[in-house]
Design a protein around this ligand. Sequence first.
Ligand SMILES: Cc1cc2nc3c(=O)[nH]c(=O)nc-3n(C[C@H](O)[C@H](O)[C@H](O)COP(=O)(O)O)c2cc1C
Length: 291
Amino acid sequence: MKNPVMTASGTFGYGEEFSDFIDISRIGGIIVKGTTLHKREGNPYPRMAETPSGMLNAVGLQNKGVHYFVDCIYPRIKNIQTHIIVNVSGSAVEDYVETASIINELVNIPAIELNISCPNVKQGGMAFGITSRGAEEVVKAVRQVYKKTLIVKLSPNVTDITEIARAVEAGGADCVSLINTLLGMAIDAEKRRPVLSTVTGGMSGAAVKPIALRMVWQVAKAVKIPVIGLGGIMNARDAIEFMLAGATAIQIGTANFIDPTITLKVIDGINDYLERHGFKSVHEIIGALEV
Ligand SMILES: Cc1cc2nc3c(=O)[nH]c(=O)nc-3n(C[C@H](O)[C@H](O)[C@H](O)COP(=O)(O)O)c2cc1C
């Protein structure tokens, strides 16, 4: 990777939507929207709610399915000069396996990020990510068919995230990313109704950062594979904190909605920090937290 800064799935479209604002090839990697075997309409509206220092979403993995991705989206994005990584979701092990094997054939996609942690779909995603057995089972099955870099995205909605991280490492993951959104809820007191159509939704943004940082620190100590940190990164200082806690790379999600140029500002800010402190490379700050 040219730098450790990536965009988080579901917050940066397919990358091309942002090319009017920035040179997207400067970003270290773009993780595209959650992709499933079959088309998904997503959840009914309303599916967004603002919260103090964050937001709740219940988009529900709206996408046109992997075949549409291969035929219509891949040809448009395959020549973007950075790593394009596909986030893969499913509601059954077989769905994950079939989707991953189709994407395995795409020459310009060097990795997938397996989403076993989406809290916003009734049957899928998170169900696999909240038990060690479920997580290991799906990762093992995908590992059989997916030959390139396999990143597994972990759910924070668990008691001990290190247990799940160890299970996916045992299943054959090359790398873990964390965190996905935290399960939350908003109520409109005047209407005495939930704000989101799904009642509960996934919380993200600045407010989740301390939780994400703690989990990244714990997981980085628990596994040997690289850790990608995300959750509430709003600026370069936040990104550096995740790297000090042990993240090899980071992703930026909700912050893209506030400032579409944030990724480049974070890249420049990390370089500035390295220079100010006399470090030659980001490798010198990964896991460098002194406790
Ligand atoms: C609107 C929205 C859509 C998202 N869609 C996905 C998705 O399709 N797949 C996935 O793994 N994570 C998805 N996420 C979770 C983010 O990738 C990220 O894990 C989370 O928002 C925490 O990072 P942040 O605080 O920087 O946003 C979504 C988040 C938001 C806000």
